[in-house]
Design a protein around this ligand. Sequence first.
Ligand code: FAD
Length: 472
Amino acid sequence: LMSSSSFDLIVIGGGPGGYVAAIRAAQLGLSVACVEKRGALGGTCLNVGCIPSKALLASSHHFESAQKHLADHGVIAAEVKLDLARMMARKGEVVEHLTKGVAFLFKKNKITQFDGTACITAPGQVAVTDAEGAKQTLTAGKILIATGSVSADLPNLTVDEKRIVTSTGALALESVPQRLAVIGAGVIGLELGSVWRRLGAEVTLIEYLDAALPGMDGELRRTAKRVFGSKQGLKFRFSTRVASAQAHENGVTLTLEPAAGGEAETLEADVALVAVGRRPYTAGLGLEALGVNLDAKGFICVNTLFETSVAGIYAVGDVIGGPMLAHKAEEEGVAVAAIIAGEAVGEVDHGMIPGVVYTHPEVATIGQSEEALKEAGVEYLVGKFAFMANARARSVGETEGFVKLLVCAQTDKILGAHMVGSQAGEMIAEAAAAMRGGLTATELGQTCYAHPSLGEAVKEAALAAHGRAIHM
Ligand code: FAD
């Protein structure tokens, strides 16, 4: 069956980059189609990423609190039991609610949704093949690629999503593994490692580098090692390489080698999670034939207007690289819609994208690390405030962590903010707004925060940059 439809813009991929671009473009008056092959909108983030992981982090946190921490508050929960099937069902309900919410927003904004796999057959022309194999050709003035990313592979192991899993399998295990090996101590490894540790697994994270959370400020990395390692009991194997992993009937045998070279050893686990990053996903789009340039790692090359090397074809989100985060993809979706609709050009500053690890406590970061400032020879002041000295943190019993602001010694502007704390993922937005607005540390310190609030630690850190914190 062949039919043809024409649009101003065809968006390929219904994730945070694609669906946000589609909504904004429709708001700006364009006729928009969005092609998604997954069978649900929301992309990796809503279906197998941000949202299901946060649902399981919340549920497993409640489980651990009930077991270990409620008694501190004088709440005695006798015989705490795990109903993993219910926990997973709840996760599914959260995901379904949100993906249906995006579908509702598409209807509201009159965006035409196509279920199927898209291939760009020529500039301005997209072939969509549905699950039954039926083909349809769409045409448009502009095409936006927002096909995202997939889990990166490792040599010498084969993912089966049962014994050797990616994050997708780790979000859907049917029972709690006794021993979980996590390859990679980045954000996803720490989050999913924490989920299964809380539910009873013995979790070992194997990391090639010498600390968790590669790329983040050194103080965050050291704190993460101490809090999630010594205090919470995640087992870390740093400076160690996984040479291979072999699934067998009873589990997985991993072969580990010191990163610096040396004698190999084996580690037995029931399940191994591969969490070594993500790679851009462009398979089957027809990019080579079109002449759309990719970089050495397979990311689509774009200019500051998100244009690829072929006129009329744009790209945003994980598939173009930069911080591979949902909110970064969303900002780019908004920006590219404005560009395509001929509105003012909005740039997306990759140096101002916050990053959050939703463990407990949370780890949150934005802007430059101390290491990066030192290397660039920038003179800076450090303002630091510990939650130990914050009244709200004391009241609620969440005293782990600190807020650290890095402030330009010349301009007093905030160059970076790094936090560990139970609500750090919410509080990082204050630093983002201050940096976006160009507030100085002095001005941030003059802002009146409600008392008692965890946010007061941000104010005090700003004051501390000039040696004027009140409560420390
Ligand atoms: P995606 O969300 O990957 O969407 C791309 C979509 O395109 C997919 O649905 C795919 O099916 C579709 N597609 C691909 N090719 C075609 C084709 N040819 N035709 C039709 N459709 C196609 N980020 C955060 O900011 N916060 C978090 O807490 C967070 N947690 C995460 C946890 C996990 C376990 C994982 C895996 C990721 C997490 N991320 C998180 C990252 C986040 O999911 C991604 O950065 C985000 O989804 C990228 O959005 P995107 O629109 O670029 O691509």
